[in-house]
Design a protein around this ligand. Structure first.
Ligand SMILES: [Zn+2]
Length: 479
């Protein structure tokens, strides 16, 4: 549907081409010239019968009036100025709204539109600062916690989408994902030259979803990415107006993709069966649906509380000990900064999320009980590698729910007093006395912008690790 501003511009364009004044055209179609002027300015909607009268008087088809393109380059500028002046950013300035007159030079119009575009661009840029991103992230995590990380509307949408292409259980195939796209009028196309800053690009006009090449490792990632692109359309996402909205859309498309790959009914059936057998394991859930360990663990957090009645926690931790992603509704105290943000914060060294990095056998899950100030938790951690970096995926429950899981009989047990700094944030007194001011490390800059890690004697260098390293090596070298 053509917007009113463009329709008005097109009426004016064809009226002046026909050499008619407002009053002359108004008289032929039976309305006052002033009424017609309101329509040409996009401030009143003409009825279809009136459009037919106007079209035949100026000698064009109604479809020509209704075309969505501005009639001239100048009209395009006037329409854009009108739209930009209506934006929240401009309205917030409290400045007057300017109506371009016919005598206004095109240069003036171009300059105004240019300034408005830049104003809008800077406003968009400002909301993408790291501080804003962290604040928005925290807000979203808190809001998901209140709904137990569960979104029933998206579950329903995903179940329908999957059922419609005839998928019943097991791994969702590439072909099924392709069919889902087809039903929405889209074709999936794999290309080598996607812009670096994009994960996928959807051509709305030609009905194409561009994705990275099918040959990249991990077919799950590719199906997931296609599903995420499809989700934007199914959920009717519009261009986000704030960073929170951008993040919420990201969360929703990730949720939709996961709910397609591990549909509600099948997943709950699988997990309930395993729970009854006291044999719940993320690795089994992962393998049954052909997804990554992280996807399966995250999906479990959607369903654990809502359908299996247990609170949970989830963490993705880097080899440097920093928390990349986290969720809990079981009271586990995730590390936070002063703003309540968790991303980039160091996780307790005694938690299984970090202990697992020290294991020899990493092909299976690592189980551990951890006593913390808010209670005892049972956790299961799987380590993996992405690029050159190692990471760990941890899923856990309070002690009372450990009984449903394989690995409940582990003898691994650790004590954690974090956030008390004497737990593991401050180096051992003896080592401190031995090594303080007797070494000079060179800090490595952190790649991720979310937060620098520890603040020891040297910014960015972890004293505890540094001193332990020095100690171990000095002992070895002097042997
Ligand atoms: Zn600790």
């Amino acid at each position: 549907m053509t917007d009113l501003a463009t329709l008005g511009q097109r009426i004016r364009h064809f009226r002046t081409e026909a050499g008619l004044t407002l009053d002359q055209l108004g008289a032929t179609v039976g309305i006052a010239g002033s009424q017609l002027s309101l329509m040409e300015n996009g401030r009143r909607e003409p009825r279809l019968s009136l459009l037919q009268g106007i079209a035949s008087t100026v000698g064009v088809e109604v479809s020509q009036l209704l075309d969505s393109d501005p009639p001239t380059a100048r009209a395009a500028l006037e329409i854009e100025l009108d739209r930009l002046q209506k934006s929240a950013v401009y309205q917030g300035l409290g400045l007057p709204v300017l109506r371009p007159t016919r005598t206004m030079p095109e240069e003036t119009l171009e300059s105004l539109v240019g300034l408005h575009r830049e104003l809008a661009r800077r406003a968009r840029e400002a909301i993408a600062t790291p501080e804003e991103a962290r604040r928005a992230n925290t807000e979203l995590r808190h809001s998901m916690r209140t709904q137990d990380n569960y979104m029933p509307e998206i579950e329903e949408l995903a179940e329908e989408a999957v059922r419609a292409v005839g998928h019943s259980t097991g791994a969702l195939t590439h072909r099924s994902v392709g069919l889902m796209a087809e039903r929405l009028g889209f074709e999936l196309i794999y290309v080598n030259d996607l812009p670096h800053s994009t994960r996928s690009v959807t051509d709305l006009e030609n009905g194409r979803i561009y994705l990275p090449p099918a040959s990249i490792p991990g077919g799950h990632g590719l199906r997931s990415m296609a599903l995420q692109a499809i989700a934007h359309r199914m959920l009717d996402h519009q261009e986000p107006e704030s960073y929170v909205e951008f993040l919420r859309q990201r969360l929703e498309i990730n949720y939709f993709a996961a709910a397609c790959l591990m549909p509600l009914a099948q997943s709950v059936e699988f997990l309930s069966g395993a729970k009854n057998d006291r044999n719940l394991a993320i690795e089994d859930f992962r393998d049954a649906f052909g997804v990554t360990h992280e996807a399966a663990a995250l999906r479990f957090t959607n369903l654990a509380t809502s359908h299996l009645g247990m609170p949970v926690h989830f963490m993705r931790v880097g080899e440097d000990g920093a928390l990349y992603k986290g969720y809990e509704n079981d009271g586990l105290q995730l590390p936070t900064d002063v703003t309540g943000s968790i991303e980039g914060q160091p996780v307790c060294r005694h938690w299984s999320a970090r202990e697992a990095f020290g294991r020899q056998n990493r092909t299976t899950e690592f189980y551990q009980y951890t006593d913390t100030p808010t209670g005892t938790y049972w956790c299961s951690t799987q380590t993996g590698t992405a690029g050159n970096e190692q990471f760990s995926i941890t899923f856990g429950v309070p002690f009372a729910d450990a009984k449903w899981f394989r690995g409940r009989d582990t003898t691994n047990r650790a004590q954690s007093r974090c956030p008390d700094e004497s737990c593991c944030r401050r180096p051992d007194d003896e080592l401190s006395t031995r090594w303080a001011h007797k070494a000079w490390p060179s800090a490595r800059l952190h790649a991720h912008i979310l937060s620098p890690l520890p603040s020891g004697t040297f910014p960015g260098v972890d004293d505890t690790e540094l001193y332990a390293f020095l100690d171990a090596h000095s002992a070895k070298e002097s042997e």
